[in-house]
Structure formats: C-alpha cells, structure tokens
Design a protein around this ligand. Structure first.
Ligand SMILES: N[C@@H](CCC(=O)N[C@@H](CSC=O)C(=O)NCC(=O)O)C(=O)O
Length: 279
C-alpha cells in the first residue's frame, strides 16, 4: 500500500512523519502522523485516536508524547478523525460529520459511502503502516481521548486479537446514553437503536465482549472536565467491568479538565502501561 510522506521532522532522535494514503474503507485519501524511534525496529505501535474537531495534528503537536515513546522504543500512530473533502458528507455542527467520525462504519445516507472509520482504523491504517515503516504488526496497542477514547475502547473490545492493551483519556464510555453519541449514532446508524449497542463500550463490556483478554484497562479522567456528567459518565463502564470482574484502573484526577494539558500530564504513564503489555 503506497504512503506519501508530506512532512518529516527529527524528534527525540527518531522521526515524526505526516503521511497521506488512499483508504479502501473510506474511499478517500486519509492522513496520519507517525513517530518512529531511532534504530532498526521493528517497533511495537500505540495508536492514539483523537476527539471531536481534531485532525492528525492535535495529538502530534500538543500531547508531548514523543520523548517517552523514544525512551520506550514505541512507534506512535495518530490518524485523522474522519474522511474529509468536498465530495464527503458534512454538517455545520462540530460534533457530526468531518472531524467527528466516531470510529464506526456508517450505514445511513449521506454518511455511508465514506464514513467507515472502524474499518479504516482496524484494517487499512495498520496495513499502510506495516508496509511502509519498521513496525511489528503483531504488537499493537490502542488509546484515545473523548470520542477517540470511545473508539479505542470499542475497537479493543470488538477486535481483541489486534491489541495487546487498551487505555483511554476521558472517554465517551456509553455513546448510546449521551447527547454526542445519540446524535452521531442516529445520523450514522439510523434511529433504530437495536444496532447501537455493538458500538458502545459499556454495553459491549456488559455483554461479556473480550472479557479475560485484557489483564487491565487504564482510564484517566479529570474531575474538572466540563463534559464529565453529561457526555462521559465513566461510572457506566466501571459498573460493566465490575459485573464481569474485568480489572479496570480508573483514575479520577482533581482539577484536571478535558484539554491536551490533561493528556500531556498522563500520556507518559499510558505509554509505560502499553510498553509493559507490548514487551
Ligand atoms: N465546543 C468545542 C468542543 C470540541 C472539543 O472540546 N474537542 C476536544 C475533544 S471532545 C470529544 O471528543 C478536543 O480534543 N479538541 C481539540 C484540542 O486540541 O483541544 C469546540 O468546538 O472547540
């Protein structure tokens, strides 16, 4: 699979590249960033899924992750959050359409032709990275923030064999029970809620998906996060994990908000968590 490198920067002895490639899943060009440490590899990978309004750039420039990734010998992949372009459906709201792909495959018009972010992240992106960078495709972990935290948790529970470990920062843990998720799922999957639970981390966990596969799941949540009560509701995932005795390390941090300052503060510990599982 051909990948075009648009930018390349030396960073902590390794390289950060901004790349573009054609995705069969979305039928569009897609962009991602990748940090590759110094050395020959093959390196294990951690994929970071970003939240609403983000591109591949937010994590790359704001998370401060690459010093720790270099130290741990991890490659970090940060994809865009949706397909984009003039021929791609969109909505003026920040929480639907381009920049808000929700990491699912849409079944409804006008979204279905291009909004296939689940297939993109699970299939096309790892293949493109494997074919073009010195990574070990058998050693992958996944994390994400907010909408991307929902993406990380649901992809890990749907495709446990793809990932050694999963973590999240302030994730939407039950999109079927919050305004952001209900709006997106109504648009992408239709008003019939019967198909929604398959894309809800708490419902997946409650149904026993992947129970026993991950020895621990790490979630960090700020207590000054303005989206905490209405959109994020970590207690729903906590209850589902407790039901199946799935170990969950859910850390609630006084004073932290929803921003990348929060992510910056804990990304090092998430990378250490993933490095232990990828060793
Ligand atoms: N109204 C805000 C909401 C957008 C926002 O807060 N986006 C977060 C993710 S929220 C859940 O997925 C984000 O990561 N923003 C980018 C950043 O660099 O901080 C708005 O429109 O800004």
């Amino acid at each position: 699979m051909t990948v075009e490198t648009l930018e390349s920067h030396r960073c902590f002895g390794g390289t950060v590249s901004i790349c573009r490639h054609q995705s069969a899943a979305t039928g569009t060009p897609m962009r991602f960033s990748i940090f590759v440490p110094e050395g020959k590899g093959p390196f294990p990978t951690v994929t970071f899924l970003a939240g609403l309004t983000c591109t591949e750039e937010n994590f790359t420039v704001k998370a401060g992750a690459y010093g720790k990734a270099a130290e741990l010998g991890l490659a970090i992949i940060a994809p865009d959050t949706s397909p984009r372009g003039s021929g791609v459906a969109d909505d003026p709201a920040y929480d639907l359409g381009q920049g808000a792909g929700f990491y699912i495959d849409a079944t409804e018009k006008p979204w279905a032709p291009h909004f296939a972010m689940e297939s993109y992240i699970a299939r096309d992106l790892p293949a493109a990275v494997r074919d073009n960078f010195p990574v070990d495709g058998k050693r992958q972990s996944i994390t994400g923030h907010s909408m991307g935290g929902h993406g990380a948790l649901t992809l890990a529970l749907k495709y446990p064999d793809h990932y050694h470990s999963v973590s999240a920062f302030a994730p939407i843990v039950s999109p079927t029970r919050c305004p952001w998720g209900e709006k997106a799922f109504t648009a992408y999957l239709g008003a019939d809620r019967s198909s929604w639970a398959a894309h809800d981390a708490s419902a997946l966990m409650m149904s026993g998906s992947a129970v026993g596969h991950f020895d621990d799941i790490l979630i960090d949540q700020g207590l000054d996060d303005s989206f905490l009560e209405k959109e994020l509701k970590p207690e729903l995932f906590e209850d589902a994990c407790a039901t199946h005795r799935q170990k969950l390390t859910l850390r609630r941090h006084a004073g932290y908000d929803h921003s990348y300052y929060f992510i910056q503060s804990f990304i090092g510990e998430h990378l250490e968590f993933h490095a232990r599982h990828l060793a």
